[in-house]
Design a protein around this ligand. Structure first.
Ligand code: NAD
Ligand code: DAU
Length: 359
């Protein structure tokens, strides 16, 4: 069986990828994660007896550590999920985003290229470095603009998006300059189990369950294209296994929704699963907008469908129901991630946002 080095595998998408990779026997996994605030080590605790899973705590920017891991585990491919990933945090403190997303990716590329150059021909030919990126690098769309394609210009608007754009450019340059076998995927908004509750969907679910207000930035008409996380993991695996080197693929859910619609759908599901005297939607509160808030994202994923036959399987209503059920069934996981610095973040991000309008 192959071995994948996965970075950032304790986070939301990486942990879902690892669980699927082990369940479906895609590969043995070495998971390098710094365990920042966004990760809960308990997420993958039940893999501790799995002989095909190894965890290393560390930073993708630590080149000595990277050299040792590559030497020891001799991975067949590398998948880079590790990143600072929350736009609001990048607005309040961009430094960590530059350090991990740009400098960290650079160090990972350097160490991986040096490792790849020394591989035997037999191992070198199928080796891949897959960089997981975002649709946010393409900027913001107007209501009738065509969806982002792989050749849409990069126009990032937040420090997060700019740092991811920087890392994408480095990955591209390593392919073109050194022939290093890279792949890049640019995906839309993911949702599903194990997402840290700073992001819209889990934040709204958990606030609603605790009868706290449901903060909607601006007028709630910003549009995102939501993809169930398992569909994203499957797409990454298909790209890794079957794509030509140097390619980039857009991945999306064909599922554009305004933020207000998403929140209302969550409230309707919770009215069924966890009824309260008042409808959950009575907690909706419009608050001060995110600075530079991108209005609309939409992904044209015809290239990955055409080349690799991938398309999303889960529909939004079904995926949202499964997601909410997961949060209801895992209160301990929720308690773990909401302890520590989580409360400080909530105060920092929401404390200063004056209520703009009531619903
Ligand atoms: P996340 O914030 O949930 O997890 C990130 C993980 O990376 C955490 O476990 C964290 O500890 C780890 N990490 C952070 N800095 C590190 C470092 N320097 N070294 C090693 N590990 C480090 O993020 P996510 O939502 O799972 O996103 C994963 C990747 O997918 C990111 O690159 C993100 O940009 C991209 N992406 C996310 C979405 C989304 O909707 N969540 C959509 C498209 C692309
Ligand atoms: O598009 C892909 C990106 O999706 C990923 O690259 C990012 O890592 C991921 O965090 C996500 O970015 P967004 O900014 O779109 O996700 P977030 O969940 O933070 O917000 C989704 C929308 O909801 C956005 O328009 C802002 C809005 N929002 C968010 C929060 C946290 C609110 O209205 N209220 C909130 O409290």
């Amino acid at each position: 069986m192959q071995t994948f080095l996965v970075t950032g595998g304790v986070g939301f998408i990486g942990s879902n990828f690892i669980l699927k990779a082990r369940e479906e026997q895609w590969a043995n996994i070495v998971n390098l994660d710094k365990l920042t605030y966004a990760s809960n080590p308990q997420t993958l605790a039940h893999l501790q007896d799995d002989l095909g899973y190894h965890f290393v705590r560390g930073d993708i920017g630590d080149i000595e550590l990277l050299r040792n891991i590559l030497e020891q585990y001799q991975p067949d491919s590398i998948i880079n999920f590790a990143a600072e990933s929350h736009v609001d945090r990048s607005i309040l403190s961009p430094q960590d985003f530059i350090q991990t997303n740009v400098v960290g990716t650079f160090q990972l590329l350097e160490a991986s290229k040096a490792y790849w150059e020394k591989l035997s021909l037999e191992k070198r030919e199928p080796f891949r470095f897959l960089h997981v990126s975002t649709d946010e690098v393409y900027g913001s769309l107007g209501p009738t603009d065509p969806a982002f394609r792989e050749d849409s210009p990069y126009t990032p608007n937040s420090p997060y998006a700019a740092s991811k754009a920087g890392s994408d450019h480095l990955v591209r340059a390593y392919y073109h300059t050194y022939g290093f076998p890279t792949l890049t995927t640019n995906c839309s908004n993911n949702y599903g189990p194990r997402q840290f509750p700073e992001k819209l969907i889990p934040l709204i679910v958990l606030n609603a369950l605790n009868s706290k207000s449901l903060p909607i930035y601006g007028d709630g008409q910003n549009v995102r294209d939501w993809l169930y996380v398992e569909d994203h993991c499957e797409a990454i695996y298909q790209v890794l296994q079957r794509s030509r080197i140097g390619e980039t693929y857009n991945i999306g859910g064909n599922n554009e929704q305004t933020n207000l619609t998403v929140v209302e759908k969550i409230c309707a599901i919770l009215d069924e699963l966890a009824p309260k005297p008042n409808h959950h939607s009575s907690l909706i509160t419009f608050v001060k907008d995110r600075p530079g808030h991108d209005r609309r994202y939409a992904i044209d994923c015809s290239k990955i469908k055409r080349d690799l036959g991938w398309e999303p399987r889960e529909n939004f209503d079904g995926g949202l129901l499964k997601t909410i059920q997961w949060y209801l069934k895992n209160p301990t996981w929720v308690e773990q991630v909401q302890s520590g610095t989580y409360q400080t973040w909530i105060q920092q991000n929401y404390g200063e946002r004056k209520v703009a309008l009531s619903h």
